[in-house]
Design a protein around this ligand. Structure first.
Ligand code: ADP
Ligand code: MG
Length: 229
């Protein structure tokens, strides 16, 4: 197995007034290419912090994050944003779609940023719309869709440029349990098709069942790692 993300002795301390909060307390973790990895823990355990430092969204206090053999905590903001655009995708709990754009246009956005030619872009978005089952909703704006449909748009957008790694923080947090299972199945199927790596935060053990590797987090530390074969 080929490691794609390596985390070495990562610590993250938040300072709030005079108080110091140790959100990550010496985390070591390796995630392999094509793996579906869940960060599982109760609220406040440090899951989101770990995901955010891993994705370069937040600075760490000490330690190293190595993605595709590049040490991302040593990158400048410019290097990091180029790296993110090239290799990383994100799915958010609150969908984060552009309200004035249709489903089709939201999915198209990362392809425009990547300067994919129009003809190719339209072909790709049509495939994605079909893959996430939104053929009848692609002209709708986010406010004209259900939560599950909006998250399907969010998923299609994250997968549009075929990033090697997709980060997701509680992506089904606003969905009912039936829609949650459908959305999870969709994410897993799409990721397996292109051997993409998924790192997903959840507090829900039923969601963790979709993962190949479950990383249990408690008080900013990894307490257990279980893998499925
Ligand atoms: P989880 O995602 O597992 O619920 P978080 O990673 O969000 O947990 O938070 C871990 C700890 O760090 C918590 O004690 C939380 O209050 C604290 N924390 C998170 N973000 C910040 C922040 N921006 N400033 C200060 N403390 C924070
Ligand atoms: Mg969180």
């Amino acid at each position: 197995m080929e490691p794609i993300i390596k985390i070495e002795n990562v610590r993250k301390i938040y300072k709030v007034g005079n108080e110091k909060i140790l959100a990550l307390d010496g985390v070591d973790l390796t995630i392999n290419k094509g793996e579906f990895c869940c960060l599982l823990g109760t609220s406040g355990s440090g899951k989101s912090t770990l995901l955010n430092v891993m994705a370069g969204i937040e600075k760490l206090t000490s330690g190293e994050i190595i993605i595709r053999n590049r040490c991302i905590n040593k990158m400048t903001e410019t290097q990091l944003s180029i790296f993110r655009q090239k290799y990383l995708g994100f799915i958010f709990q609150a969908y984060n779609l552009v309200p004035s754009l249709t489903a089709f246009e939201n999915i198209e956005l990362p392809l425009i940023f990547k300067e994919v030619p129009k003809k190719e872009r339209i072909k790709r978005v049509k495939e994605l719309v079909k893959a996430v089952g939104l053929e009848k909703r692609y002209k709708h704006k986010p406010s004209e869709m259900s939560g599950g449909q909006q998250q399907r748009v969010g998923i299609a957008r994250a997968f549009a440029t075929l990033p090697e790694i997709i980060f997701a923080d509680e992506p089904t947090g606003n969905l009912d349990s039936k829609t949650t299972m459908e959305v999870m199945e969709l994410i897993r199927t799409m990721a397996k098709e292109y051997n993409q790596t998924i790192v997903m935060v959840t507090h829900d053990t039923r969601i963790a069942e979709f993962a190949d590797k479950v990383v249990h987090i408690h008080d900013g530390k990894i307490t257990e790692i279980t893998t499925k074969n």
